[in-house]
Design a protein around this ligand. Sequence first.
Ligand SMILES: [Zn+2]
Length: 457
Amino acid sequence: MKIYSTLTRKKEEFVPLKEGEVSMYVCGVTPYMDAHVGHAMSYITFDVIRRYLEYKGYRVRYIQNVTDIDDKIIDRALGQNTSTSELAGKFFSSFSEDMAALNIRPADEFPQATREIPKMIEMIQDLIDKGHAYAAKSGSVYFRVTSMPDYGKLSGRKLDDMMAGARIEIGDEKEHPMDFVMWKASKPGEPSWSSPWGPGRPGWHMECSAMALKYLGQSVDIHGGGQDLVFPHHENEIAQSECATGIKPFVRYWLHNGLLKLGDEKMSKSLGNLVTIKEALKTFSSDGIRLFVISSYYRNPLTYSLQALEASQKGAERLAKAAALENNGLLPCTIDLESFKTAFTQAMDDDFDTPGAVSVLFDLTRQINASKDAGMDIQNSQDLLKELSNVLGLTLTQRQAEPTEAKPFIELLVAVRKRLRQEKQYALADELRNGLSELGVTIEDKPEGSAWYFNKE
Ligand SMILES: [Zn+2]
């Protein structure tokens, strides 16, 4: 199996540190608002990677942090007259609901920043002792980038080039403009924790270094996140972790997903062009959304559009229908299941080529439909379709036709039809029933009255 690593910029043979086991860390959310479909893209991607590794027989330990304290949370809590912990708790449950609705399996653990402060303080002190960090007058602690000769290796930046672009601000207490904060002295009124350098809170980069090391050990097999995290976040995670432990590499394979765009722009809070996962799920099923994401190679940017999602939704329904076909064929099936399995595995072994894997599912679906028509026993092929779909996190549940908004209008038409029948206007009543039937609503006349239901497909 080959995986592209951002650090080496090439596909490498995947060899985990411990045979048969994979440690995996993915940067988690900052819960201060509802998660959007950009989050869905990232977490679906890493869910599929985790599922595939397990399918290959690896035991995967998957950690995802929760940044439950940062500037945005503090601002938002202040604006809503609530505490930071209450706000973060509320939006983390909302996030968990969204993940479950998208059939994304929860991480093995979700460590929260505010509960891991001792570990972070210990690591910061260690970096100070080793000369990699210093406490400034304000009480903030910074990482000393000049103490690490290969700083910038993940993003391919050199300190000298970064210097040229950096602005030295007056009153800046840092030794070097690229030094970054690991412990932030708190301003009056902000939530704070006590530390050897005074009251403050941990920086975001420190949070991920400390949690990865604590929960997964000194070398992590896979570290994931969006491409927007390469610099500075992941660059700084490497600096802190490798300088603290003295062990390289901190991460064996760095995986970054492409970003979700809306039109030509990145979907982001600051541009105000967010679609929340909850909104998307009102129109599309979990399988529809997942198929939209995995039909594109994870490292490429993906453009959100209703047309693309509608197409994926139809695709998801095609797969579900084939899996649910009644198997009453008696002839032996001629589908070569092994070749489908091989093609699927080959695609996924090539840096998780999910578009390739998805096309295998559709080929199999076409053959299942044809075999069913030819009177063959399709049981084993349907089982394989379900098995491979499950590796991609597709549930193959058929979407219930439940246009609930239509309900009151249908009731009204059914009531009008009843009146017509009472007045013996049978032709008009039948016209109404036939019209509704064409729209997917069946009316059944029973002695106790007329019942109606949405047609089953
Ligand atoms: Zn992180």
